[in-house]
Design a binder for this molecule. Structure first.
Ligand code: GAL
Length: 377
């Protein structure tokens, strides 16, 4: 009898533990166990909704160190709360000299579905092995299945040989005249003006523009855009992708020149585009920034950070990575962020918060300890 009772008790305990490990609610900033009980190892990531299933792609980070040893991990879910580890979507290569050789750095992967080619396309920030963050490239990979395996296609610096769409002939001449060698010190008023005029755009034009922190946005008309920190993380670029999402059309615009924006996230509501970014302080949190524009091509207007309440000045310890539009909810937008833990990157926590809107349409994001999708209604 005793044996039976203890068996029953342990089964009940196990059930309670399993349920506790997979709560049907969001708990921003806490450990987020997957269906195996392991903290979700998908950082700097994004969620794709495809045929009734959500896929969460992100950086598979080691417990120690800063390089990519495994690749991009993918999880699946039907409710956004409980996530099943589907394994490695894009694996690092064992081949020496490969751009994605084990020990490279793969960051901020974003996957979009292309209905024309029926392919899942992944763009990610790629740094080459042993070269720190100097390569500043974007990687492209494709797969026929959302869980992969993705096939690495190539890496590059975007828009080689091109000028931003807003540059008239006089702007090009002016940018070409700016010479980085004339500015020994950064951050002087003269240097700032030269940056605004496109000194680094001109510097990098031949080989392509630098591309670090990034996101991909697919607009209602099916066109896709790559938005990334360029020009030594000083200026964001928004670049139009070709119809197959595998290349650039050559059309791009600069956003907030010299503004030092990272971690871009984009969404659209009632015809207005919103861009939430962070400042550039590495793994340390800082105050988010927000911009809005009636078109992706601008003009982008800067507004105060949307975060509110205690800890808002440091984005509650997080740095944005994606805004998920939740299907079935007109106003269901979720801000996804990482709370980086540089001594154990794998353990970096996730902050997911619903975006609220004022009567005039301006987004704001207060902290919540707990919330559910019901709160989006
Ligand atoms: C952050 C960036 C991360 C990662 C990190 C490296 O600013 O957002 O994605 O690159 O720097 O220090």
């Amino acid at each position: 009898m005793n044996g039976l009772r203890s068996l029953f008790l342990s089964a009940a305990c196990l059930l309670a533990l399993t349920l506790a490990a997979q709560p049907a609610e969001f708990r921003p900033g806490e450990e987020w166990p997957d269906t195996n009980g392991e903290h979700i190892n998908a950082h700097g990531g994004a969620v794709l909704f495809h045929e009734g299933v959500y896929y969460w792609y992100g950086e598979n980070r080691p417990d120690r160190g800063f390089t990519t040893e495994v690749g991009v991990e993918v999880y699946s879910s039907t409710d956004l709360y409980r996530w099943k580890d589907e394994g490695v979507a894009l694996a690092v290569s064992a081949e020496e000299g490969s751009p994605i050789e084990k020990g490279c750095i793969m960051e901020r992967p974003k996957v979009v579905y292309n209905p024309k080619t029926r392919q899942f396309v992944m763009l990610f920030h790629l740094e080459l092995k042993g070269r720190g963050y100097e390569a500043a490239r974007v990687g492209f990979a494709v797969s026929d299945s959302p869980t992969g395996p993705f096939r690495f296609l190539r890496s590059l610096r975007p828009n080689a040989g091109r000028w931003p769409v807003e540059f008239k002939r006089a702007d090009v001449r002016c940018a070409e005249k700016q010479n980085p060698a004339d500015y020994k010190d950064w951050w002087t008023p003269e240097w700032r003006t030269a940056i605004e005029k496109g000194m680094f755009t001109a510097r990098d034009r031949k080989g392509g523009q630098m591309s670090r922190d990034m996101t991909v946005y697919v607009d209602d008309d099916g066109k896709a855009y790559h938005i990334f920190s360029s020009e030594d993380n000083l200026t964001l670029h928004l670049a139009e992708l070709t119809d197959d999402f595998l290349d650039y059309t050559g059309r791009y615009t600069r956003i907030a020149p010299g503004g030092q924006n990272e971690a871009p996230t984009v969404f659209k509501r009632n015809g207005m585009y919103w861009l939430i970014t962070s400042g550039c302080t590495g793994w340390a949190p800082n105050q988010a920034r927000m911009f809005c524009a009636p078109s992706l091509w601008g003009p982008w207007k800067q507004l105060p950070s949307p975060f509110e309440g205690e800890g808002a000045e440091r984005t509650f310890g997080g740095q944005g990575t994606y805004v998920l539009k939740v299907p079935g909810h007109t106003d269901g937008f979720v801000f996804m962020a990482d709370v980086w833990n540089p001594s154990h990157l794998r353990r970096s926590r996730h902050i997911w918060l619903p975006i609220a809107f004022r009567a005039d349409g301006t987004p704001f994001i207060p902290w919540r300890d707990r919330w559910t999708l019901e709160d989006l209604k």
